[in-house]
Design a protein around this ligand. Structure first.
Ligand SMILES: Nc1ncnc2c1ncn2[C@@H]1O[C@H](COP(=O)(O)OP(=O)(O)OP(=O)(O)O)[C@@H](O)[C@H]1O
Ligand SMILES: [Mg+2]
Length: 424
């Protein structure tokens, strides 16, 4: 793969420079595969448009074949731009091969040299999001991307994943943060962690961040939340990892209305590909309501009786609350505490009738070091097998069911390109 030496653009544009009313494209990752250097230059110029200020864009050589080669062994971004000089009748076949190595959520814009309306219709019908005839202007490209991701009818790009402990201290926050980290590293997509434990949340501590603003400002904001406000209130902990930390001050109480978090979660979902909700271990109206709205729920439990009872109650309540949605997943944490009698993971999972997504061993030294340093497990111990577990959890809850990108089955395709195929 010939990268043209261009780094992702992740820097923030100063507030106020974004024209009022201009629709910002969300924090998506875009990869462009060009055949000609003029096209790469064109895309580079498009990347400087203000609407693209939150986008991470890289430009590569090789057109469709380059993209296929790359995605055989790499995760696909939110959007692929691909240039092709193939004859119109060869393009659909080449794109089919590309679709075979792409995740279902990835969108595709084709830049072609043939001004052919029959080809255009065929590509759109098969799931390509847009076909742009070259030569085109940077504006045309930005407008197409804006329509796709920030247009009136654009579906939210983000997947919301809530983590809740069956019992206080079972490790819901630790699993949430490390899973968020794993997703950011492996999918190279932006993740936003919302610390919803306003009084006692540990997101700031665990990522060693003490930002001046956070989730409380978003909830108290008198103005309508928009992406510019949200960006000001979140902090960046690492590449692709963004946080909304809890105030953790006890000067006030945090009594919340049922739908107080709704606007924040919805906006986060519109602007960030993966949204991780770190919920406190409580059962208040707003917790239940929030759980009823998210895409995925992970119950984190220790393998003892109180956790089992609570996890069973939670699983039953959640299943009846969201009969048509995905079932909650189970992660068992702190498995194998020395001398502690424990319920076997499989028995635990079958008792509460939830799929066991992963089990994480008890390791006081490892987790204690990570917590004390404000680091993720992958930073403390990069080769630890627990990182594979976090990665597998992350891939499953983001809809990539295979942990190894290289082992991705051909059942994944660009949306609609293979309508008969399973959507992840
Ligand atoms: N697998 C593990 N082995 C050892 N210690 C762990 C493990 N997982 C988490 N811990 C530690 O357990 C403590 C509680 O973890 P965490 O804060 O994630 O739990 P929680 O369920 O979110 O708690 P809360 O109920 O306060 O929200 C932390 O000190 C964390 O470092
Ligand atoms: Mg917690």
């Amino acid at each position: 793969m010939g990268i043209l030496g261009r780094e992702p653009r992740v820097e923030d544009e100063p507030e106020g420079e974004i024209a009022a009313g201009a629709r910002l494209i969300p924090r998506i990752t875009i990869q462009a595969f060009c055949e000609h250097s003029q096209t790469a230059d064109l895309i580079e110029s498009a990347a400087h448009d203000r609407r693209m200020s939150k986008v991470a864009l890289t430009t590569h050589n090789g057109g469709i074949e380059g993209a296929i080669e790359t995605y055989r062994s790499n995760p696909t971004p939110n959007l692929i731009l691909v240039e092709t000089s193939l004859d119109p009748d060869e393009i659909p076949g080449a794109l089919e091969r590309l679709a075979e190595v792409c995740d279902a959520t990835t969108r595709l814009i084709v830049l072609g040299h043939a001004n052919d309306v029959v080809l255009y219709r065929e590509l759109i019908r098969s799931g390509v999001s847009e076909y742009i005839v070259l030569p085109a202007s940077g504006q045309q490209i930005v407008t197409a991307i804006t329509e796709l991701f920030a247009g009136d009818g654009a579906a939210p790009i983000g997947r919301t994943i809530a983590f809740i402990s069956a019992k206080g201290g079972a490790g819901g926050s630790t699993v949430a943060h490390n899973t968020a980290w794993a997703v950011a590293q492996h999918l190279r997509q932006d993740v936003l962690v919302l610390d919803m434990d306003l009084a006692f949340g540990t997101t700031g501590l665990n990522f060693n961040q003490d930002p001046p603003h956070g989730i409380a400002d978003a909830l108290q904001s008198t103005q309508k939340l928009d992406q510019v406000v949200l960006d000001r209130l979140m902090s960046k902990a690492a590449n692709h990892v963004n946080l909304m930390t809890a105030p953790v001050s006890l000067d006030q109480t945090y009594d919340r209305g049922e739908r107080d978090f709704e606007q924040l979660v919805e906006l986060s979902q519109k602007t960030t590909p993966v949204v991780v909700l770190d919920l406190p271990h409580t059962w208040e109206a707003w917790v239940r309501y929030t759980l009823s709205t998210v895409d995925e729920i992970v119950i984190v439990a220790e393998p003892d009786l109180a956790n089992l009872r609570n996890a069973k109650n939670l699983a039953d309540a959640l299943k009846s609350l969201r009969p048509a949605e995905t079932q909650p997943w189970l992660v068992l944490n702190k498995v194998g505490v020395p001398r502690r009698p424990e319920i076997s993971p499989n028995e635990f999972a079958s008792s509460i009738e939830c799929a066991l997504l992963g089990q994480i061993g008890f390791d006081a030294a490892l987790f204690g070091t990570a917590a004390n340093n404000g680091q993720m497990i992958a930073e403390v111990s990069a080769n630890n097998r627990v990182n594979d577990t976090y990665r597998a959890i992350g891939m499953q809850v983001t809809g990539r069911s295979v942990p190894e990108a290289a082992a991705r089955p051909v059942s994944l395709g660009l949306p609609g390109l293979f309508k008969k195929r399973k959507r992840a």
